[in-house]
Design a protein around this ligand. Sequence first.
Ligand code: GLC
Length: 650
Amino acid sequence: MYEQASHSLLNEILIELKPEIGNLRLRHFYMRLGANFYSIHSLFKLLYGERADFKEQMVCLVETLAARYIERPSHLRNSDLAREKNYNWFLSQKWVGMALYCDRFAGDLQGLREKLGYLQELGINLLHVMPILDCPAQHSDGGYAVRDFCRVDERFGTVDDVEALALSLKRRDMLLALDVVVNHTSNEHEWARRARLGDKKYQDYFYVFENREIPDIYEESMPEIFPETAPGNFTWDEEMGRWVMTVFNHYQWDLNYHNPAVLIEMIDIILFWANKGADILRLDAVAFLWKKMGTACQNEREAHLVLQLMKDCCQVTAPGVLFIAEAIVAPGEISKYFGEDAIIAKECEIAYNASLMALLWDAVATKNTRLLRWGVKNLPDKLARATWLNYVRCHDDIGLGFDDNDVRQAGYDPFLHRRFLVEYFTGKYPTSPARGMPFAENLKTGDARISGSLASLVGLESALERNDADGIDAAIRTILLLHSVILSFGGIPLLYYGDAIGTLNNLEYLADPARRDDNRWLHRSHFDWNKAERRRQSGTVEQRIFSALKKMIAIRKELDAFADFDSRQLIQVDNESLLVYARTDPQNIRNRILVICNFNIEAQVLPVITLRTHGFFQPDGLRDVCSGNHIAVEDETINIPALSALWLVE
Ligand code: GLC
């Protein structure tokens, strides 16, 4: 867009740039800057227009973008150009991701390169390496309390190792996703250190207050994130003699985006990692980016403006790099992190589908799809050219973030139903085989989330202990069923390391004082390579899960209808054990897949009449691409085995 005020400012800025930037041949950079500048300028003005140093800050921002562009290696610039041309590349069904801790999976970054074969064997081609940056050993929040954003934790390796990993992945046609923790720093970060010494410039990087007056006002409307271990949202820093905002743990200081210097620093860091070869950057805790008194300090409009700015700036310097929004918030809020307009208000191309994740767990506990169906039906539309990250579980707790209206429509009382789910997954409910633990129980509100490995939550651990073959079978089926949804739903499936071999809960963290109060470590085990070896031994739990997942992944990649062009159609059938949807290839609408998932422990009989009205089973049976079986219609019904999914094609 050409807008005179912003264009005249751009002209001025281009003249004012440091000579070494102005003199270089930066054709693509200037073109992209021109295309994005109106938006960058408008957003920056909305957020910081009142400041006396507004123009100075704008120049600084543009210089940052230029400096990182100049530094951007040529192979990454080429990849930017290729992705600009083929801009839907990431919507393809060919991508299947996995999140893992490099140390827990392979010792360190070099070790990880040696283990890429395992991931490829399963069909993984997008690797989210959990945070690897320098953090204080005792207070790291699993890597999310960063002390130095440009330095890798020496136990894992160096920045060079990250670049080498990125290159190895590229050679294998795999993508690298890395975290940028944009919301907070460790209290040992240089900025915090200087703030503590009384440096006003750096105190302005955080929310720092002399007394409780303002913090108390904030507290009136801010919820608590870790109520058991880190109650309240402010921490008294003895040395600084000030209160500082710490929404997560007391050692994680929230960054103050009211200060443009903070935004520019974080954009610089985003581009630093883009230049090291990350294809995708996971922006952590984005819902919290803007704090405002009198609000919950989550999902504020300005948080979205900050993200739009980050995206526009990234498009200038590294347009091939995608963002993942980690916003584990209410279903109606999550999709806003894609942005509300693909051209003028774009944010992150990918967002965690925390709603689907929670809904799937509901279906596991209830053995029905009442809430799951409401939730899927009411999942907000997302932008075109944006895609979900669909997952069964991740390194965090499982939050029961349903929309209360959906819960009511499914026939439950929201409070009692959540209590049932927590009791179910923590094994307190009489018939439950689950072995989870409650996480972040809030005695004031009755809220709780759930920790535990996938296998232990679906009953594999208890069934193995009882030597109960049927229980083991049901747990394996549930694991596969859940994955069959994330692989077929539309979006990028993200597996969690260990789940493909049925990793159980691990209590080792209890012996570690730095971790024992955080039971999310229950499901952050060291990957057991001996156990993984058993994937080659026919009939073992590991082989049954691994080989079935491997097959489903391979099949997903071949089915164009599974690419994410918003082509999912929910089909309401008269059987509440089932979730049924159709996926269509928009390029060829005859190319359709009917997905039928049965969450019940009993096989279900489904009349085909509804499916026929949607054009399926006319007149013949269909073929399940996973088993290869022909699904025949008998007495106008088909049979769906217990805890299973069918991917049906003509
Ligand atoms: C994100 C991370 C989580 C961490 C939190 C605070 O939600 O996924 O593990 O505790 O941010 O950084």
